[in-house]
Design a protein around this ligand. Structure first.
Ligand SMILES: [Zn+2]
Length: 135
């Protein structure tokens, strides 16, 4: 098994196996955007392969993201619990805060934003992410 450092290199590979000249088959990276996986080519006949680590765009993203929960006069219990947990305050304080202003729940990496967005969706908590979150 031969390692290839740069993913771009894979684009310039010959279409056939250098050992037995059988057409390569691509190795598809995992669909999980939060984990590294392998990608590359493998020969279906002799098994000769070139693989490299596939870094999902989410993990390669060096940007910071904010997750904002909009102000509301009638927060749900799930929303209050979520705000209280992430601001590390009590439920009463959470209710006062969210009824007065939009609340920035989170500021940080794309991966952490992705995980928190999952949590918010599970609890049906309305939110926005800025800048635009393409995942
Ligand atoms: Zn081969």
């Amino acid at each position: 098994m031969e390692a290839v450092d740069q993913f771009e290199t894979l684009d310039r590979l010959p279409a056939v196996c250098p050992r037995c000249e059988t057409a390569f088959e691509p190795i598809q990276p995992d669909a999980d955007p939060t984990a590294l996986s392998e990608t590359g080519w493998v020969c279906p006949r002799c098994g000769w392969s070139i693989v490299t680590t596939f870094v999902p765009p989410l993990l390669a993203d060096q940007g910071d993201y904010d997750i904002i929960v909009p102000q509301t006069a009638n927060p749900s219990a799930d929303l209050l619990k979520t705000v209280a947990k992430h601001l590390a305050v009590g439920l009463l304080e959470a209710k006062r805060t969210i009824s007065e202003n939009d609340v920035r729940l989170f500021s940080g990496s794309a991966l952490d934003a992705y995980r928190l967005r999952d949590e918010l969706r599970r609890h049906g908590v309305d939110h926005t992410i800025s800048p635009e979150f393409p995942y």
